[in-house]
Design a binder for this molecule. Structure first.
Ligand SMILES: [Zn+2]
Length: 130
């Protein structure tokens, strides 16, 4: 009786904390996405302005902004992986085994097995296509 009760509490805790953690990651990803968009707009506007004024476009400035975008995109990928990992861990803790009928696929880069619809290889981070 006591066991069933405490197991219920644990399940609730795991679900709640996973939910909150994933939510937090999603909020962070959304923020990074809008920051990326802003940078893209900034570059576009700077390039246009230079063109309009017949000025040289500062390649160094553009390169810096582009590097900033790439950095953000990398963080977005990392965060996406973390959210997937969290969800997977939750399923593991709660004992929800993946359907055995589900076919395994293999990462084209490193050969790591994954279960669709995984977005990224959890070993090497390669983007996976279904
Ligand atoms: Zn891989």
């Amino acid at each position: 009786m006591a066991d069933i009760f405490s197991k219920g509490i644990t399940t609730l805790n795991v679900k709640t904390s996973t939910f909150l953690e994933v939510k937090k990651i999603q909020t962070y990803i959304a923020k990074l996405n809008s920051e990326t968009e802003l940078l893209e707009k900034k570059i576009g506007a700077a390039v246009y302005e230079a063109w309009e004024n017949g000025e040289e476009i500062s390649e160094q400035l553009v390169a810096e902004e582009l590097a900033g975008i790439r950095q953000k995109k990398q963080v977005i990928e990392e965060q996406t992986r973390s959210a997937e990992e969290l969800t997977r861990m939750e399923a593991e803790i709660l004992g929800k085994s993946e359907s055995p009928k589900q076919e395994k696929s293999f990462c084209p880069n490193c050969g790591q097995a994954y279960t669709p619809p995984a977005k990224f290889c959890r070993k090497c981070g390669t983007k996976l296509t279904e």
